[in-house]
Design a protein around this ligand. Structure first.
Ligand SMILES: NC(=O)c1ccc[n+]([C@@H]2O[C@H](COP(=O)([O-])OP(=O)(O)OC[C@H]3O[C@@H](n4cnc5c(N)ncnc54)[C@H](OP(=O)(O)O)[C@@H]3O)[C@@H](O)[C@H]2O)c1
Length: 378
């Protein structure tokens, strides 16, 4: 068979969506988590007890002005870490710090928190953030990609970079941030990248030829946008995990926070939001929802677990459930061919060469399409 015949056969065989059994299983798992998360997580304390962290243990947390990220930032700072709130609303972050310092006074050393501006809807902003951070030449111990959007019921929006907004905020921008911060994460090794993902990835599907869901092959809904972006993040993380050599000392982990009462549902109709509040038993508080990310960021066994997955050549990277247990992401996340295409396509979309990770690990420079004016000239 000629190469073009092989390609067209492979195109014909390309999956157009989840099979109905996968789809039903995905929804079963989403509903199961919704109904039983509190029972499944009943062994966990709230707040999650954290070990005392060294003052030079540096954690960057995106989207830390609201919901789960706000809890993650406060608790890591109270445990002693140096916390960097990477946010688009810097005024809100400064106000939160004042409040936290006030509430904390008399309980220990003042909290070590700073604010840096980061807007995930602009890949230039992401690249500039990473340039500014890497220029400090210091270590980074934990990057928590927490910020996310779920614009329920809203029409499709395309960012000024030209990408569907769920895909950009939930997957492309965190992917760019993670890759560009690798030099600092290597300096901070053993270090971790923690991606706040979602059980909703289980009903997601990624068409790598239509990551923005604009060709009309699939009808766009916010659910398609959100779940696809979360699945793309799991797939990209699995490939990143495999590409990073053990010597780099970086663990890549996705977590599910559970179903959590936050601002993520701000676009839901008022009646549904009221319903949310009427069933508090089923829904986690942001403090409860922060436990899986805090666990992934601090538990001493995480690096060992990630290394074990790597040496066993397991097809996916680490995924921690809302009850802080290792779990398996969806069946589709195990699709190695799609994961590898998601990896290539993502690097292309975020303007990085395909050998970026290898070059950064070897200490070489990499030019990104986004960021400082110099890099735009390439
Ligand atoms: N809540 C749930 O039930 C649930 C379930 C599964 C997964 N998750 C995931 O958990 C993560 C945190 O969400 P949450 O529930 O805590 O929601 P949230 O309260 O809405 O918080 C989201 C955070 O992301 C920030 N953000 C949004 N767009 C941004 C952008 N363009 N640039 C920079 N920051 C941006 C928001 O900043 P602003 O305040 O400036 O908008 C906010 O701080 C998300 O990744 C979400 O997908 C949540």
């Amino acid at each position: 068979m000629s190469r073009s015949e092989e390609e067209s056969t492979s195109n014909l065989m390309k999956k157009k969506g989840l099979g109905w059994i996968e789809w039903l299983r995905g929804w079963f798992n989403v509903i199961y988590e919704m109904l039983f998360q509190r029972i499944m997580a009943s062994h966990l304390e709230n707040p999650m007890p954290l070990p005392p962290l060294p003052q030079d243990f540096t954690c960057i947390i995106t989207g830390s002005t609201s919901g789960i990220g706000r809890e993650i930032a406060r608790q890591l700072a109270e445990a002693g870490a140096h916390v960097v709130m990477a946010v688009r609303n810097t005024k809100a972050a400064h106000e939160l710090i004042l409040k936290w310092q006030h509430d904390w006074s008399g309980k220990g050393l003042p909290l070590n928190i700073e604010v840096m501006e980061l807007n995930l809807l602009s890949l230039d902003s992401v690249a500039r953030f990473a340039e500014a951070w890497n220029a400090r030449s210091g270590p980074l111990h934990v990057l928590i990609n927490n910020a996310g959007i779920f614009s329920i019921g809203e029409p499709q929006k395309i960012s000024k970079d030209g990408f569907e907004e769920h895909m950009q905020v939930n997957h492309l921008a965190p992917a760019l941030l993670s890759v560009l911060l690798l030099p600092s994460l290597i300096r901070g090794s053993p270090s971790r990248i923690v991606n706040v993902n979602s059980i909703m990835h289980q009903v997601g599907f990624v068409d790598t030829e239509d990551m923005n869901v604009v060709t009309g092959k699939r009808k766009y809904t916010s659910l398609v946008g959100y779940s696809g972006s979360k699945l793309a993040q799991v797939m990209f993380s699995s490939v990143l995990h495999k590409r990073l050599p053990a010597e780099a000392g970086i663990s890549v982990v996705c977590v599910s926070p559970g179903i959590v009462q936050t601002n993520v549902a701000r676009d839901l109709p008022k009646i549904v939001q009221t319903g949310y509040r009427l069933i508090p038993y089923f829904i986690f508080s942001p403090e409860e929802g922060s436990r899986s990310a805090l666990f992934a960021a601090t538990d001493p066994q995480i690096p060992e677990y990630c290394e074990m997955l790597k040496s066993d050549e397991w097809p996916v990277g680490a995924f921690i459930s809302q009850e802080c247990r290792p779990t398996n992401p969806s069946e589709e996340a195990h699709n190695l061919e799609t994961s590898s295409r998601v990896w290539e396509k993502t690097l292309e979309m975020i303007g990085l060469p395909s050998d970026t990770v290898e070059k950064l690990v070897e200490g070489q420079d990499v030019k990104c399409k986004y960021g400082s004016d110099d890099s735009h000239q390439d």
